[in-house]
Design a protein around this ligand. Structure first.
Ligand code: PLP
Ligand code: ZN
Length: 413
């Protein structure tokens, strides 16, 4: 499987063997998986990828596991939808939706990272998996962890959407609802991780977990016919997905699967939690933590672990960022639904609304090829739309009653 060299500190460059560790002993910098690209180049050709099963393991040489351990055969290879109706509505020539709302076991992109994390947890010999979650991670670890036979301790902010709590509980994990926001949950989990020998997917095995996000990027390139887009707009919580999409594009170039790479990477956040976009707008890479207050709960991380690296990617690629209000998020969810038939969760509304702003403000060229990352299904955050849609037409069970209503509908349109 993965042709891995080891772990490397992103700050001081010191290298480590593959172990369940995540910070450098010397400078406390985060560790990242490094690969042997010269060897990968020889085996991971376009033809090899095309010949493989349609799931995320088709890019296995670029993932940090020795085997898939039977996990997540149903994850990855989500659609890349050519969104002509939406393109027309927002004034773009060529627009694609990378649609992670479907074709994943728990209907969000988190199934990608969890697939890799659980396979790695098996290799390390853990019997218990755990996470600090803004919602989708809880759902995915609960579900995929159940099938893979792990004990599961899932930590969430108690204020999460009810639908996400139920969606996790049905798999019977130990769900710990903490009276605090995500950043407080995460701090608690760091303490728990130090004391208990569990695989915290986004803490002690984070370097491996995070690599799973790269498959979202590889798929964009493969589905575009082996080319990178001019622009990609990515919703940011910790900023990890954004940095890994960029890493995936660079790797495709490095191993020769694309000829050129000139993509601008853009960050999308809710105004009620926009520490990364705030830094980008100021032109700095220092992230000032905030207290989240937004309906986009899956993105509500006030102190983003990869915020610094996300701002660097955006500066390096010539991208930018936008933040949007709760009403803008809801309008964008509805626009995506009525133009393309895609029902996204609040994070998807953030991405589309931010894209619209970036076009208006001239950061995205109307004639360029743009991909927006839609990362979670709207059925998971229905509460956000309560009272925000039209009402059904209520009638009696007879034709007269129907035709009265039909006349009203027609008179209105
Ligand atoms: C977690 C999440 C993200 C972004 O996560 P990062 O922490 O920035 O990698 C985006 N969309 C959805 C729906 C998520 O659940
Ligand atoms: Zn270091």
């Amino acid at each position: 499987m993965g042709l891995i060299k080891g772990l490397k500190c992103r700050e001081c460059g010191r290298e480590y063997e593959i172990e369940p560790i995540y910070v450098c002993e010397f400078c406390f910098g985060p560790l990242e998986v490094i690969y042997n690209y010269d060897e990968i180049k020889k085996v991971l050709t376009r033809a090899a990828i095309k010949s493989r099963t349609r799931n995320l393991w088709r890019y296995r040489e670029l993932l940090p596991v020795e085997s898939d351990h039977g996990i997540a055969g149903d994850t990855g290879c989500t659609p890349l939808v050519k969104a002509d109706n939406l393109a027309r509505a927002i004034g773009l020539r060529e627009l694609y939706i990378k649609d992670d709302t479907v074709a994943h076991p728990t209907l969000s992109f988190k199934d990608r990272v969890v697939a890799v994390a659980l396979a790695k947890a098996k290799e390390f010999g853990f019997d218990t998996v755990s996470c600090a979650s803004t919602g989708n991670l809880a759902h995915s670890v609960s579900a995929q962890g159940a099938r893979a036979g792990f004990k599961r301790y899932i930590f969430i902010p108690a204020s999460l959407e009810h639908s996400k709590i139920i969606a996790s509980l049905v798999y019977e994990p130990n769900l710990i609802a903490v009276d605090g926001n995500y950043d407080e949950v995460n701090r608690l989990c760091s303490e728990v991780a130090n004391k208990y020998n569990w695989a915290f997917v986004n803490i002690n095995i984070r370097p491996f977990y995070a690599e799973g996000s790269k498959t979202h990027g590889y798929e964009i390139i493969e589905q575009l016919g082996w080319r990178a887009p001019d622009n990609v707009i990515v919703p940011c919580a910790s900023g990890s997905l954004l940095t890994k999409i960029w890493k995936s594009f660079k790797e495709m170039k490095e191993i020769g699967l694309i000829d050129s790479l000139d993509t601008k990477v853009f960050a999308a956040q809710a105004t009620g939690c926009s520490p990364i976009v705030a830094a980008i707008k100021k032109g700095i890479d220092v992230i000032k933590p905030v207290k989240p207050d937004t309906i986009a709960k899956s993105l509500a991380i006030g102190n983003p672990a990869d915020g610094f690296y996300a701002t660097r990617v955006i500066q390096e690629t010539g991208g930018f960022g936008a933040d949007v209000s709760d009403p803008e998020i809801i309008d964008a969810i509805k626009l995506l639904a009525k133009t393309e038939g895609v029902f996204a969760e609040t994070a998807g509304g953030v991405t589309l609304a931010s894209t619209i702003k970036l076009i208006k403000d001239g950061y995205i060229d109307k004639d360029s090829l743009t991909v927006i990352c839609i990362t979670g299904n709207g059925l998971k955050t229905q509460e956000a739309l309560a009272g925000q849609t039209s009402e059904p037409h209520y009638i009696k069970p007879n034709l007269t009653s129907f035709e009265e209503i039909l006349k009203k509908i027609k008179d209105h349109s």
